[in-house]
Design a protein around this ligand. Structure first.
Ligand code: HSE
Length: 436
């Protein structure tokens, strides 16, 4: 064993995920070392507070409050950036890469916002950048897209990519607990981001959708170029409607590519899925990704999308790949070539929709609503009305036949202006699984 080469690993950020990585590398060391033919040394870790009690034992001599000291330590070959954010995390990532080191990251915002610059720094200085843990927690979706599915072009990718939102939606469906109570529990379980708006407003999913889009299509779609909606407007009325119609509500990243015209569309929004689909049955903190490839057909990946152990599993997989690369020079596939594809216009995006409106319960309101939808050639498929808790008001739930996005958005704008409609309508796509 003593003749084996030594690989020193540094961890920047010993929070929930960092401690998971430390714990599981320590536990699995004999197995990993014998597979790799190398000794793994967890050399140093940076923390914000040296005095804080942690779930893993780390000797004080290995701890520092300076992540840059870990990233630039000449003895460390592999740097794990687990501090999050896009400022300091970017500085330490680039510093390590410029020294030719390999960086392993779980930082989706950093990959999404600065991917091209980071990949270029890795290429230029002979280092590597791994980021499996940035998308879908423990599911090896990045490996699947880069390696296992390399023969394919991808007509449609649907992803439940945020464990916190899926946990909240699942519990709203199963229990009548209020949204703040469930969110608090998700935070206590280590699922939610420090800024929970990233989760519940859809931005975390959008970051992950951007990374998946790049890996699948070789093009960067920034989050600001996507339609992004979160789950904060979902009410028990929607959950109830879904249940009655054999549907489930999921916060879904939708990445669609027309394989004939090349047009690409990426969005994040709560979406209704048939209960018969695999993704509709992905519950709690689990993530699920359905990938339709032109060669393989549909493949589905399900696993824990957040939390210490699932994320640590993905980080350790990258560390192992990085070590194999260092020791044996196994060529990782290069990043996809940047490829600009045209964006699909809203009028070419066709779906069925669900629309919930809070309305005044009085004569003529329904006819005004149907006149507004008819004006934009949106054809209503069903209408359901329930009494609402406010006197003199009702909740209307409509579904449409296939309609294009431009038409339905125009109709919703019109509906908002109607005197009988109270507040903003909620619009959700009803996902199709045919014709990918
Ligand atoms: N907050 C994220 C989630 C963690 O809930 O999925 C993993 O990215």
């Amino acid at each position: 064993m003593s003749d084996l080469p030594i690989v020193n690993i540094g961890i920047c950020g010993l929070g929930t995920v960092g401690q998971g990585v430390w714990k599981h590398i320590t536990r699995s060391k004999p197995k990993l070392e014998s597979r790799l033919g190398a000794r793994l040394v967890l050399k140093r870790a940076s923390v914000r507070n040296l005095a804080k009690k942690r779930g893993v034992r780390v000797g004080p001599s290995r701890l520092t409050t300076d992540p840059m000291a870990v990233a630039t330590d000449p003895g460390i070959q592999i740097v794990c950036e687990l501090i999050g954010g896009t400022t300091l995390a970017k500085e330490i990532t680039l510093a390590a890469l410029r020294l030719g080191k390999t960086v392993v990251s779980a930082n989706k915002a950093l990959v999404c916002d600065h991917g091209p610059e980071i990949f270029a720094a890795a290429r230029e200085h002979g280092g590597h950048y791994f980021f499996e843990a940035s998308v879908a927690g423990g599911i090896p979706i990045i490996k699947a897209l880069r390696e296992g599915l390399v023969a394919n072009r991808f007509g449609r990718i649907y992803g439940i990519l945020n464990g916190t939102c899926n946990y909240i939606l699942t519990r709203m469906e199963r229990e009548s607990l209020s949204y703040p109570v469930i969110l608090k529990e998700a935070k206590a379980l280590g699922y939610a981001e420090a800024d929970e708006a990233l989760d519940v407003e859809g931005w975390d999913t959008a970051h992950k959708a951007s990374i998946i889009t790049y890996l699948a299509h070789g093009t960067w779609v920034p989050t600001k170029a996507m339609g992004v909606a979160g789950i904060t407007q979902i009410a028990q009325a929607d959950i109830q409607f879904a249940r009655e119609h054999n549907l489930a509500i999921k916060l879904l990243a939708v990445i669609e590519r027309d394989l004939k015209t090349d047009e690409l569309a990426v969005s994040v929004a709560p979406t209704l899925l048939s209960r018969e689909t695999a993704l509709a049955n992905v519950n709690d903190v689990y993530n699920g990704v359905s990938v339709s490839g032109d060669v393989v057909g549909e493949t589905v990946y399900i696993g824990r999308g957040a939390g210490q152990d699932a994320t640590a599993s993905a980080v350790i997989s990258d560390i192992v790949d990085a070590i194999a690369l260092l020791l044996r020079g196994n060529a990782a596939l290069p990043e996809p070539v940047d490829h600009d594809c045209p964006r699909r216009l809203p009028e070419r995006s066709v779906s069925r929709y669900y629309l919930r409106l809070d309305v005044k319960d009085e004569p003529g309101v329904l006819s005004k609503i149907s006149a507004a939808t008819a004006r934009f050639k949106v054809s209503i498929a069903s209408v359901q009305q329930t009494a609402s808790s406010r006197k003199g008001t009702a909740t209307l739930m409509l579904t449409t036949h296939l309609t294009n996005e431009k038409a339905i958005l125009s109709a919703v704008t019109q509906l908002r202006r109607l005197a009988g409609v109270l507040g903003a309508p909620l619009l959700m796509r009803i996902a199709a699984f045919e014709d990918a």
